[in-house]
Write a protein that binds this ligand. Structure first.
Ligand code: DX5
Ligand code: ZN
Length: 233
């Protein structure tokens, strides 16, 4: 029996070599990742600065899978079109980033891109209930956003489970981000997440010179998550 991988692995290029994004993206894609996760930070919504639409546009031609853009910026609305023009496939904005999340999600969909809603760990997932029909994806943060390499917040497992129940049979992907590694992947997968973002756990130990380590790391995560979903089935 062939096993169809239902879990998607989305490496965060926050943990890649910033001087060599093109080669890093080719390496993770050749090594079997499903999406490429791009963390946009503004030094205001989160205490760190990364990159903007120009960087997204520059790396776009190197991505053959899916460009998954996670906006950790407030406000988000004025920049949505720029990220769409830069070639994002999915644009995810935080519920906490502004007072009008319906407008934000509508603005994303108006660009023709998939709309994602991200929730900080301090936000109860029930807050997404009025917005579900505007979401293609909900990103449950499993750390407070801002940096790679932080410790997974265990209480988010119950939040993922509650969100899964809330979503029901709607066509909404549940993505998780922060502290995902072979130990935590089974927990989030069992709770209902199907897209796993991982920075440290994918890039750890590898490089564009030794890309097979990325492949080993991706496979290990995928297998850890798949094992949990098989047990749950
Ligand atoms: C955190 C970012 C994450 C981060 C994950 O603010 O949104 O995407 O890169 O890094 P790890 O997997 O190292 O926790
Ligand atoms: Zn992220």
């Amino acid at each position: 029996m062939t096993f169809e991988p239902s879990v998607k692995i989305a490496p965060s290029i926050l943990s890649a070599d910033f001087a060599d994004f093109g080669a890093e993206i080719r390496a993770i894609e050749q090594q079997g990742c499903d999406w490429v996760h791009v963390d946009v930070m503004d030094g205001h919504f989160v205490p760190n600065l990364t990159f903007g639409p120009q960087l997204c546009k520059a790396i776009r031609p190197h991505i053959t899978t899916v460009m998954d853009v996670h906006l950790m910026i407030a406000p988000a609305d004025p920049y949505i079109e720029s990220f769409a023009e830069a070639g994002a496939d999915i644009i995810t904005a935080h519920l906490e980033a502004g007072p009008h999340p319906h407008r934000t999600l509508q603005a994303i969909r108006a660009t023709g891109k998939k709309a994602g809603l991200a929730l900080n760990p301090g936000t109860p997932v029930e807050a997404a209930a009025p917005l579900l029909d505007l979401c293609d994806l909900i990103l449950v943060m499993t750390v407070n956003p801002g940096f790679g390499g932080q410790k997974f917040i265990e209480t988010q497992v119950d939040q993922i489970r509650r969100l899964k129940a809330l979503v029901g049979d709607r066509p909404i992907l549940i993505e998780v981000d922060g502290g995902i590694d072979p130990a935590t992947a089974p927990l989030v997968s069992d709770a209902g997440a199907s897209v796993l973002v991982a920075g440290s756990a994918v890039f750890r130990g590898g490089s564009v010179q030794v890309p097979s380590v990325y492949g080993d790391n991706i496979r290990t995560l995928r297998e850890a998550a798949a094992e949990a979903s098989r047990k749950a089935a």
